[in-house]
Design a protein around this ligand. Structure first.
Ligand code: HEM
Length: 446
């Protein structure tokens, strides 16, 4: 549904927005969504719908908790994209690799969410916790020796190991496949792959071979698992899951869902952990852990602009008519700084969470409604388990003063690495980085 073009002159609407070249406006939007929200969108105040280009609804951003509720609450008008640059060639065994909860709509989406529920069941989460503990103990965070390292890279390694073990059951014994799956996740986020979608020696050709290899190897793993005793990882749970009519998920469905969860959950978790650890190591280790994590997610939501929604029927948004076909975004970054909800909205203050009680449409780092992040409980358990162990082990000390962010994978706002830290023995006095951290948060003000 809807045009894949990023500018469609026929999608006219009576909305404000910058004039000038639509292509340049689009470029500014895609280049940096935090900066776009901060410098462009914020200047329109409370206007509910702003076009990336004046008077055109090809790409629009919407504002306010009432509109957020309308958009996230109506999954039949505002659909997730199932098309886009990721579409794979048809007729191949791997053609459905990107068919998963995050890209499906309508009854197929409802069905796939339901089928994934056992993966997030309390008993499953309990077994994942053991993996988080084991991998933490092998990480640099478990060694309070004063060694300097890059927290962004270390968290990336740790989260990757956690996800591969919990979702696919991979560990050191499957190093080669682990490496290939990781490579696929990383290259799928590389825009160069999709610039020229032809040839075998191009980045696209190499990426397609990787898709084929991973699909073949994980399919073999799934087939082997069907005959084995159930284990605690998601792959095994899905192999043994049955629908109400007794039907089992096909190998292609399972591999699509596993890939979808890895793609949705790996970078988002490692980056959320990196921002939170920067706050902990920079002077907030004594504050209540849950409040530090929430306050970090408020000021720097890892996904600062929502996933795009395709408007599939003409719709009225707070008195503004938006035509079918529009591509619509919410600015989580701006909604999380609403002064009506958060007093002194640009200050990093974990203690506010003792009193502030935002609705799910005022604070939504994981989205809200029928498409709320399916892995939120999994991510939260991973974050809490890791940081509780870390704070019991030693004192984290932030060594990098100049913090910056960049957009990666198209949708994630990550710290620009390296961000150096060290783990000092418990009871050590460490340098106070509150001033540089404060400067960083202030520089992010709209
Ligand atoms: C801190 C880490 C994470 C953050 C910040 C995050 C954030 C999000 C956001 C913003 C969405 C979009 C919601 C929407 O479109 O309204 C989403 C969707 C999703 N996430 Fe996460 N996520 C995280 C971790 C994970 C993990 C670990 C998994 C899997 C194990 C996961 C699986 C999914 C799936 C399957 C969807 C699609 C849900 C649907 O469309 O019904 N996420 N996530």
């Amino acid at each position: 549904m809807g045009s894949n073009r990023l500018y469609d002159a026929t999608l006219r609407a009576d909305i404000p927005g910058p004039s000038g070249s639509a292509h340049l406006n689009n470029l500014r939007f895609w280049m940096g969504q935090v900066d776009y929200s901060r410098t462009r969108l914020a200047s329109y105040g409370d206007v509910p719908v702003v076009g990336v280009t004046l008077g055109n609804a090809s790409i629009v951003a919407v504002r306010g908790s009432a509109v957020t509720k309308q958009v996230l609450g109506d999954v039949t008008t505002f659909e997730h994209l199932s098309d886009g640059p990721l579409a794979l060639p048809t007729g191949q065994p791997y053609s459905t690799l990107f068919d998963a909860t995050a890209t499906l709509n309508g009854p197929r989406h409802v069905r796939s969410r339901k089928l994934l529920m056992p993966i997030m069941h309390r008993s499953a989460l309990h077994s994942y916790e053991k993996v988080f503990i084991r991998n933490f103990e092998r990480s640099r965070f478990a060694r309070p020796t004063g060694e300097t390292f890059d927290l962004v890279a270390e968290l990336d390694r740790l989260t990757n190991a956690n996800m591969l073990a919990c979702l696919i059951g991979l560990d050191d014994a499957n190093a080669e496949l682990s490496e290939r799956v990781t490579q696929l996740l990383v290259t799928t986020m590389d825009p160069r792959v999709f610039l020229f979608k032809f040839g075998r020696r191009t980045p696209y050709g190499r990426w397609l071979r990787l898709v084929e290899d991973v699909h073949r190897d994980v399919s073999a793993l799934i087939d082997a698992n069907r005959d084995e005793e159930p284990r605690a990882d998601a792959l095994s749970i899905l192999c043994h899951a049955t629908e109400e009519d007794g039907r089992r998920l096909s190998t292609s469905e399972i591999i699509g869902e596993l890939h979808g969860m890895l793609a949705s959950g790996y970078l988002t978790t490692s980056v959320t952990m990196a921002w939170s650890l920067i706050a902990l190591a920079g002077g907030h280790a004594q504050d209540e852990l849950g409040s530090v994590i929430k306050e970090t997610q408020r000021l720097m939501p890892t996904v600062p602009m929502s996933l795009p929604r395709r408007v599939v029927r003409d719709v009225d948004i707070q008195g503004t008519w938006i035509p079918r076909g529009a591509l619509l975004f919410l600015s989580t970054y701006l909604e999380h700084r609403d002064p009506q909800v958060f007093d002194r909205p640009h200050e990093f203050d974990p203690s506010r969470w003792a009193t502030v009680k935002p609705t799910p449409f005022e604070f939504f780092p994981y989205g809200a409604g029928a498409r709320r992040c399916l892995g939120a409980a999994f991510a939260e358990m991973q974050i809490r388990t890791t940081f509780e162990l870390l704070l019991e082990t030693g004192v984290p000390e932030l060594l990098t003063d100049h913090l910056r962010h960049h957009m990666t994978g198209g949708v994630v706002a990550a710290p620009r690495g390296p961000v150096l830290m060290r783990m000092q023995p418990l009871g050590s006095a460490v340098r106070d980085s509150t001033a540089p951290l404060e400067r960083f948060w202030q520089n992010l003000k709209p």
